[in-house]
Design a protein around this ligand. Structure first.
Ligand code: ADP
Length: 334
């Protein structure tokens, strides 16, 4: 069984689509981003122009894609969806841009992974609604300017720090998505349980929420694993006992940490004496990509007060040692 990371897994896309909130009012949590966005959208609507380009930043599974779809829905616009890694050649982006209709929303997921030539094309498109298409090669190459319809770009990134300055500057608004509180996640679980016809009692709901790493995607996934367990080993209802038993089967611990989270902490503490250690070294020790450790694991471990990022590397806090059932050395704080 793979770790219950926040990355979508195969077969999950359909359920995710069914569970996505459709309008700003259905979107649980993120009060700051919601308020800021609703002002941006309302003001654009009043002025009768497409709103400024929007960058949504935060760890996986917090609702960036859902929010992009909501922006389009609130504007009554169509949305086109692509991702940074899919835009390898500038031509791919040019094709996408020239197919936009006025007022469309273009969503680029993982925008920090866009290739350089496409990124440079995007600058002009975002600023002047124009692209320069280069025809031919070498000294005979000419560039043909092409008008594109005024559109709104919504970019999503798990690493806003990895965006180049010029790209970041072209977004009129950046929404920083935060981890959800257990109370907000309870609402997410309730809503999903209603939509999927799953029965969970209030204590079971609170337990799922508490163990979802602050992440709605994980809350929804745990809810489905609880449903499986409840149907096979119990009477179908997710009570507190059923939730606890189900999450034990899937290696989700008391704090909601999954296998990979715990592997990272264990390596940090056992192999590197609690750090500091560089993220690449840590990633090799757990057999993962550094980007996965950095973008999927670490944000929650930091937020949970288990891991600190220092200029010299990653450091385990006293809480991390304690969580692993170990005695922290005397000089470890936090
Ligand atoms: P991201 O793009 O940040 O990785 P998504 O928008 O794909 O995250 O969200 C993952 C899933 O989590 C969605 O399918 C949706 O079911 C659920 N979700 C995310 N945010 C919310 C929210 N605020 N309210 C309810 N469900 C949410």
């Amino acid at each position: 069984e793979a770790a219950l990371s926040a990355l979508p897994q195969t077969g999950e896309r359909e359920v995710e689509t069914a569970l996505r909130p459709r309008l700003l009012a259905d979107f649980v949590g993120q009060p700051r981003v919601r308020e800021q966005l609703s002002l941006v959208l309302e003001s654009a609507r009043k002025r009768g122009v497409p709103p400024d380009h929007v960058l949504l930043s935060g760890p996986p599974g917090l609702g960036k894609t859902s929010m992009a779809m909501i922006i389009a829905a609130e504007l009554g616009a169509s949305i086109r969806i692509t991702s940074g890694p899919a835009l390898e050649r500038a031509g791919d982006l040019a094709a996408m841009l020239s197919n936009l209709a006025e007022g469309d929303v273009l969503f680029i997921d993982e925008i920090h992974r866009i290739a350089r030539p496409a990124e440079e094309m995007l600058y002009l498109a975002m600023e002047d609604f124009r692209v320069d298409v280069v025809v031919g090669k070498g000294p005979g190459a000419t560039s043909i300017p092409l008008e594109i319809a005024p559109f709104t770009l919504v970019g999503a990134t798990t690493r806003s720090g990895a965006l180049t300055g010029p790209l970041r500057d072209r977004f009129g608004f950046t929404g920083q998505m935060e981890f959800y509180t257990p109370e907000e996640l309870e609402q997410v679980v309730q809503r999903s349980a209603d939509l999927l016809g799953i029965s969970v009692d209030p204590q079971g709901r609170a337990e799922i929420a508490r163990r979802s790493r602050g992440t709605p995607r994980i809350a929804n996934r745990l809810l489905r694993r609880v449903r499986d367990y409840a149907e096979v080993r119990a009477d179908g209802t997710g009570t507190l006992d059923v939730v606890r038993a189900a999450l034990a089967v899937y290696d989700v611990d008391e704090l909601g940490l999954d296998r990979l989270d715990r592997a990272v902490l264990a390596a940090l503490v056992r192999s590197f004496g609690g750090g500091p250690v560089g993220v690449s070294t840590l990633a090799v020790a757990v057999g993962e990509e550094p980007t996965t450790v950095e973008e999927v694991c670490e944000p929650y471990l930091v937020r949970a007060g288990m891991l600190a990022r220092t200029p010299r590397g990653r450091v385990a806090t006293a809480a991390a040692w304690e969580h692993l059932g170990l005695q922290a050395p005397a000089d470890v704080t936090g």
